[in-house]
Design a protein around this ligand. Structure first.
Ligand code: NAI
Length: 213
């Protein structure tokens, strides 16, 4: 596989390919052409070919791509063939919703621990994981090979927890707090703001109601 720098836009499209390919696989489809995939996903076939060419094209031969192979390869590119242990900090509504979501395990993300500063929540069970007090965080992260911390706490709390996480070996932060985090080089942060997606929807509703396409 080539190791040239791939644009984040391309990387950002890979999970959607993976979802469609996963569905095709489940339906027993063995091969698919870029044209068929294009019709299914409503993106141009040339976009698909261009995206896949970043990774050597995935060996499209004769009639289309081998669905299983493509699914595995895209999964590998996304690092989904590796296991990642994660913890969630903040056992409120959002933290619990994420903790309860089973599909992360399917993708290799293993839910290991959950923390909250509220003593009333400590000991509560979220999918077999007991909420722990913040005092146990550092030791737990060090001892359990945790690489990802999910932050579902208010923004000030998120800012304050970063150094503790990094000092104890966290490599990546999946940040739901509405704040940009300052992290040392080499530490990855992926911000998620659900409302961004909603605002995009709002923009498109506006456009549509003005008769534009
Ligand atoms: P929530 O109030 O239900 O839960 C927050 C939890 O964080 C509480 O259990 C609280 O005790 C805990 N907490 C606060 N400070 C802490 C600290 N320093 N250490 C450990 N635990 C601490 O709130 P909800 O609805 O779960 O939202 C959590 C955060 O995520 C909020 O700041 C909210 O603004 C944000 N949010 C972000 C979204 C996004 O799309 N990025 C969507 C929804 C919420």
């Amino acid at each position: 596989m080539e190791t040239k720098e791939i644009s984040q836009a391309v990387i950002g499209r890979l999970p959607r390919y993976l979802r469609y390919l996963g569905d095709l696989k489940d339906e027993g489809v063995e091969r698919i052409s870029s044209q068929e995939l294009s019709e299914l996903m409503k993106v141009t076939a040339s976009q698909i070919r261009q995206d896949f060419n970043n990774f050597g094209g995935f060996g499209q031969q004769g009639y289309g791509y081998n669905v299983e192979y493509l699914y595995q390869e895209i999964g590998k590119i996304l690092g989904l063939d590796q296991k990642h242990n994660f913890i969630i900090i903040g056992a409120g509504n959002l933290g619990r919703a994420l903790g309860n979501y089973l599909n992360f395990e399917r993708r290799g993300f293993i839910f290991k621990g959950m923390f909250d500063k509220n003593p009333d929540l400590v000991g509560e069970d979220v999918r077999g994981i007991k909420v722990m007090p913040m005092e146990e965080l550092e030791h737990f992260v060090r001892e359990n090979d945790i690489d990802i911390a999910v932050l579902t706490i208010p923004k000030n709390s998120a800012v304050n927890i970063v150094d503790v996480l990094v000092d104890n070996g966290i490599q990546a932060i999946w940040n739901f707090a509405h704040v940009d985090l300052n992290v040392p080089e080499g530490i990855l942060v992926e911000n998620v703001h659900l409302s961004d997606s909603l605002m995009k929807l709002s923009y498109n509703i506006n456009r549509m109601s003005q008769g534009k396409k």
